[in-house]
Design a protein around this ligand. Sequence first.
Ligand code: SAH
Length: 393
Amino acid sequence: MKVITLHEGRERSLLRRHPWVFESSIVSGKADSGETVRVQAHDGRFLAWAAYSPASMIRLRAWSFVETERIDAAFFARRIAHALAVRETLQIDGDGVRLIHGEADGLPGLVVDRYGDTLCAQITSAAAERWKSVIGAELLKASGAARLYERSDASVRGLEGLAPRTGWIIGEGDTQVTIREHGWRLNVDVATGHKTGFYLDQRDNRRIFAETVRQFGFKRVLNCFCYTGGFSIAALAGGATDVTSVDSSGPALAHAEAHVALNGFDPAQHRTLDADVNRTLREMIDRGERFDAIVLDPPKFAPSAAHAERAARAYKDINRLAFGLLRPGGALFTFSCSGGISGDLFHKIVAGAGLDAGIDARIHARLCAAPDHPMTVTFPEGEYLKGLVLVTT
Ligand code: SAH
């Protein structure tokens, strides 16, 4: 077993059970990509078993803080069984579920989503890459799923010195599957969809949106950055009769239209706009349009804190424009999935947007990712999705 020794004082983060060690914290020791190493403090004290990643700034990702634990197939079986047991307790209404959420499930760099009988994995660390076949076999055994597709095409893989890879790991056939969510049916293509195919993190927020539309009797809804129309289906399910879905991706909009039909809603009550959201909002303001409810769920404007300032301006712009399109008593469901924008900062940005638009609003709810995307107290980096529901006065 190779040993990695840290500089004096640099053991603190592992002692607090944060799973990352940066390259600058290491005094001595080297290993192959993904190899398990013993990490020790400058005085030889055991800190963790970790995976080594020679190409990455995040040089070590801890597997375990327990000295007697062995990192072997049984270890992965235990971690996977635990993650699945947590999902069982959540009683999720649907068969699209995030089974493994990386660091928060003790499996750094591994995301696994379940879509019915098909699993889709995204591997973004040398650590998980090294154990891929063990993890794959164990996932199928523990979940009872039939197939496992790999969507390891996220750009962060490059930081770990890993080439992109997509395709079936186990099984074969059609990459499109139909999942259930809150009684709706939604198509997911694990090969061509965003991320692993779908935005499962918004599942509970789509339900809350449907409930809000019903509760407030909203009829006219604008869904910006709609992707395959999840929030649009929620709006129609909640009783909206005039829903506009905007996205710059043609294929995503085709799915959104198919979803309206698949769920038995009237296509005359839904329209799609293949357009840039910012420009669309401005045009709608010029035309004097008004909506009862607006969803703003943009892509990640700030992948890290370094992008926060520019991203803040972009968030403020779209939120200001959306406020300008809401009728009094209307609701804005506004989100940021940027890890680089804190909940506090997002709140300030949205408040500033309201001020600029001359709109006052009360905070009806604060939203986050669905609980199958867990956050842990030891890994604040895991917190990314935040949302505000604002009702204008
Ligand atoms: N709300 C969706 C997920 C949104 S993902 C859901 O619940 O499933 C973000 C979407 O924004 C993507 O579909 C992407 O195609 C779209 N997008 C990115 N930039 C855009 C822009 N400038 N104008 C319109 N759509 C954009």
